[in-house]
Design a binder for this molecule. Structure first.
Ligand code: AMP
Length: 282
């Protein structure tokens, strides 16, 4: 795997490549787990070359402590990427990404999609995400970019953002990879104690139960959502931030299942000091 720390080195390498070779891109913040690696493997199946980036993007953290405590495991990350056969790693510094800091944010108004869930509870988060993804896209210029459904709202925001940019990049969504226990893999899971990990298992359990109940009684969706919210609120040690059932296109709450658009239950909850998100299609 070739590692690039500067935009100039990466572009010089790419400009030497023969035209027509396809490039897949997997942006990450490191502390890599099987979820990230499956995205890399998918990109390797679909493209001639795959580039992964590791950059803990300061502009998307609304909580300074979360940024400070974000796990950084670079040596292990490089070993994992080598093991799956990733071709290229882009590893920029903050200075390389943002020559002037703080950068001018790229934050187009994507309407109500930004006002809900993560957008509502993490002010400025998506402005930071769009800023870094636009910059990475313009540097890497991939044919395809791979994003996990684990961060479903982020995936939709990036797809929507691309509609406003003249970049010929296809976003490929990838299903959430889970531990055997059902817990969605996340870099933040390493910060959970064993006890907290047990508590976190309520999240996939409750989402699966919600999925089953809504499929059995679709006309009872609102009541089921309310009962599920109450159930989560009654678990001591788990602090629910939101549980919403949304239209997958607009991300707006739905009370009745629409005929033509899939719907998804999305939640965020604190287990101790760690904020976890998860979602499931209903
Ligand atoms: P992150 O390093 O958390 O910024 O994530 C980088 C990419 O990996 C994003 O597109 C995430 O949605 C994706 N990702 C993170 N966790 C998972 C998972 N458990 N399953 C699938 N994709 C994931």
């Amino acid at each position: 795997m070739i590692i690039f720390e500067t935009v100039q080195d990466f572009r010089a390498f790419m400009d030497e490549r023969s035209v027509g070779q396809t490039l897949g891109f997997v942006p990450t913040m490191g502390a890599l787990h099987q979820g990230h690696l499956n995205l890399v493997k998918k990109s390797m199946q679909d493209n001639d070359l795959t580039v992964c980036s590791i950059f803990v993007n300061p502009t998307q953290f609304d909580n300074p402590l979360d940024l400070e405590k974000y796990p950084r495991t670079l040596d292990a990350d490089i070993a994992k990427l080598e093991q799956v056969g990733c071709n290229l790693l882009f590893l920029p510094s903050v200075k390389e990404m943002y020559p002037v800091y703080p950068p001018i944010l790229f934050a187009p108004d994507l309407g109500m999609m930004l006002q809900v869930m993560e957008g509502r509870h993490r002010p400025g988060h998506f402005a930071g995400v769009m800023t870094v993804v636009k910059r990475l896209f313009e540097i890497i210029l991939p044919n395809k970019a791979y994003f996990g459904e684990k961060d479903f709202q982020q995936l939709r925001v990036i797809q929507k953002m691309l509609e406003h940019l003249s970049l010929d990049i296809e976003v490929i969504p990838f299903p959430t990879v889970r531990e055997k226990s059902g817990l969605a893999m996340s870099s933040r899971n390493v910060r959970l104690t064993d006890e907290e990990k047990d508590l976190a298992l309520h999240i996939p359990r409750v989402l699966l139960h919600l999925q089953k109940r809504v499929s059995e009684s679709p006309d009872q969706m609102s009541a089921i959502l309310q009962q599920t919210t109450e159930e989560l609120n009654s678990i001591s040690g788990l602090k629910l931030e939101y549980l919403d059932i949304v239209d997958e296109n607009t991300l707006q709450n739905v009370e009745v299942r629409p005929a033509d658009v899939p719907i998804r239950a999305c939640l965020a909850a604190y287990i101790g000091k760690i904020r976890l998100i998860d979602n499931m299609r209903l």
